[in-house]
Design a protein around this ligand. Sequence first.
Ligand code: 13P
Length: 275
Amino acid sequence: MRRGTRRRGQERRFARVFQCRYQRARAERSNMRRKLVAGNWKMNGGLAANARLLDRLAGEWTAAEPRVLAVCVPFPYLAQAQAALTGTTVRWGAQDVSEHAAGAYTGEVAAGMLMEFGCRYAIVGHSERRQLHGESDALVGAKARAAQSAGLIPIACVGETLDERQRNATAAVVSRQLAAVIDALGDHVRDAVVAYEPVWAIGTGRTAAPAEAQAVHAALRTQLASAGAEEVSILYGGSVKAANAATLFAMPDIDGALVGGASLDAGEFLAIGRA
Ligand code: 13P
């Protein structure tokens, strides 16, 4: 056999082995993607209603469930969530966090304080905060960093408005929003969670079609991969219900959901967690 032919055979075998290893590593990384369903109660709840909801989640969500279930509650109810959920497999967190560690910031809540109440997660950059409280991409990045420095997992939200979608600006908007979070977290973006929430789908009963959501998730995944963070969980949010969750979760880059209204109903929320 000529030496050139033998070398080409070796190269092909090497390429096959390399490709197998690469595919296996990719599959393993995709298994590492945390399957998470997080409820965002927004500014809803009350001690009595919360107690009923939390007790049902605590009683019915078992260790054998296929996903992590979490609730992000208003600040005053964190102690209640901690008391009801400690020792269960349900996690809890906050809906926002200050970018500062402490100091003269009236009305703000620091990440270290959230840690004292056993929080695992803090949502940052929810569209309602971006729109109603003028939060910029840079501020959202700083909040994600503050959360992570204290030991929380930031759930960083991105999403386009209806107007932006109609102008075909979805990809540019979500990529700009994610870039600010990647910039702020650097390598540690690996330990964050991202939520894609198209603004036009929030609280409107209009969900993005699964394929439509998947296309955006895939673009976010590519952007994360180029920052060395392909394995970050990307949740979908916007009118997720028990009835539409399974078709969304069937998409290859949708790792779970950030659920608003439906997370206030224990039966609905548990069913989404199991969809
Ligand atoms: P809805 O599920 O009520 O549409 O809210 C989505 C959301 O904003 C979660 O953060």
